[in-house]
Design a protein around this ligand. Structure first.
Ligand code: SF4
Length: 429
């Protein structure tokens, strides 16, 4: 049978989709594209914001309308969080954010029998790390490697700890074995991902630091580029930097989740650091990895955020000099403490502050890319983009070149100019 996937959300969701593809391929089924006529469609949902929920529902409705005869299956954080809403959309198979192997079994049974199938657990009761096969379809250049699940930080705006449960970590031998398998299958880059990778090891004997895991993976596959997923700032210490600096295949891009550049807002978010500690992490990374790309996420118009607090955030992000930023207007999440906070701001304020933050973010991104002009970057090429072939440098800057047939190749590129959302260059060998 032919199945296809539509994935919303984070790299962990992408990893789990790739794993479900592997499970189906191993059982002799085929993976088609979502536009094709398939026997079954799987939508792996995200629930990080109310906007994400809206997107989930739109994709589910469209798929149901366009493919009334096929099996429609939904899993992920949205169905984990609000199965009733998913059920009301006429979905055949409903799973949550865990137990993906059982979900694939339900999908196959429903495809055979046309029966309605559901299985949802209480995520907060999960204790084991679910071992899934890494890496999906072969033609990809970059593979996600999930090393951790769950989060116990309970930031006041976030639903994820309720949909993903407590921390569960992949033991080092498992992660190393999966990294070697991905290398053997021709991937050139691995992204170490999880829901909160800074929490890795908290549930393992002796509570080893995630640095142990990163070292082990880098040393196990020295010919692959290793990229880190989103990091919580407190993980960045002298020891963290000292040890990671020795890893020649670690990509010098650090996505250090910030959310706000104002201490009083960070307190209301219940983030576990203040701006001084955050800035210390940025400065440490710049000192140990000169020229590295520090990227981040920022929520604007959090409940009660005054003009003054927002102004503090804007001047703080300038101080950090991010290479790239993702800006999100605050999104109310029923069931979170922030949803009940006074001072909820209107869409006009959210849009205005998003615009202002994006202007600053683009200025900094441009300045970071201008500094690359005249330098050589080792680019992992992925795909054609209009008249160009594009790929990413170790600092995750997008690089455009003229050329053909470069998929999955790493080539040295001399940067000529800032171009579109990246840089334009010439292959120098
Ligand atoms: S760290 Fe905070 S924002 Fe991130 S998943 Fe955990 S609770 Fe959510």
């Amino acid at each position: 049978m032919i199945f296809s996937f539509y994935t919303l959300g984070c790299k962990t969701n992408q990893y789990e989709t790739q794993a479900m593809e592997r499970l189906l391929l191993r059982k002799g089924h085929t993976i088609g594209s979502f536009q094709d006529e398939c026997d079954g469609y799987v939508i792996n949902t995200c629930s990080v914001t109310a906007v994400a929920d809206k997107k989930n529902r739109a994709v589910i409705r469209r798929c149901r309308r366009e493919h009334p005869q096929a099996v429609l299956a939904v899993c992920g954080c949205y169905s984990q969080h609000d199965a009733d809403a998913v059920r009301a959309l006429g979905v055949d198979v409903i799973g949550g954010s865990g137990d993906r192997e059982a979900f694939v079994e339900m999908l196959l049974t429903a495809a055979e029998t046309k029966a309605h199938m559901e299985s949802l657990d209480n995520a907060l009761r999960r204790r084991d790390f679910e071992i899934l096969p890494p890496g999906g379809l072969e033609e990809r250049t970059r593979a996600m490697l999930k090393v951790q699940d769950g989060c116990v930080n309970f930031c006041t705006y976030c639903i994820i700890p309720y949909t993903r449960g407590p921390i569960r970590s992949a033991p080092i031998p498992l992660a190393v074995e999966q990294a070697r398998e991905l290398a053997a299958r021709g991937y050139r880059e691995i992204v170490i991902t999880g829901i909160e990778i800074a929490g890795w090891g908290a549930d393992l004997p002796g509570k080893p630091p995630v640095t142990d895991l990163i070292e082990a993976i880098c040393q196990a596959v020295p010919s692959l580029r290793i990229r880190l997923g989103s990091l919580e700032p407190r993980i960045v210490t002298e020891d963290f930097c000292e040890r990671l600096r020795k890893l020649s295949n670690l990509c010098p891009q650090f996505h250090l989740s910030m959310q706000s550049g104002c201490d009083t807002v960070l307190e209301r978010m219940k983030r576990k650091y203040d701006t001084a500690r955050y800035l210390e992490s940025v400065q440490l990374l710049n000192r140990y990895f000169p020229g590295c790309a520090v990227t981040t996420d920022m929520i604007v118009a959090f409940p009660g955020e005054t003009e003054e607090e927002f102004a503090q955030s804007l001047s703080f992000i300038r101080k950090c000099g991010f290479a790239d930023m993702h800006i999100f207007p605050y999104s109310r999440r029923p069931g979170t403490p922030a949803d009940k906070m006074p001072g909820q701001l209107g869409n006009a304020v959210k849009e205005q502050r998003s615009r202002e933050a994006i202007v600053v973010a683009e200025e900094m991104s441009r300045a970071y890319r201008e500094n690359l002009v005249g330098t050589a970057l080792e680019v992992l090429f992925e795909e054609r983009d209009g008249g160009y072939f594009t790929g990413h440098a170790p600092n995750y800057v997008k690089v455009y070149v003229s050329g053909e047939g470069l998929h999955n190749e790493i080539r040295s590129v001399l940067v000529k100019e800032v171009f579109r959302d990246g840089v334009l260059g010439e292959i120098s060998e």
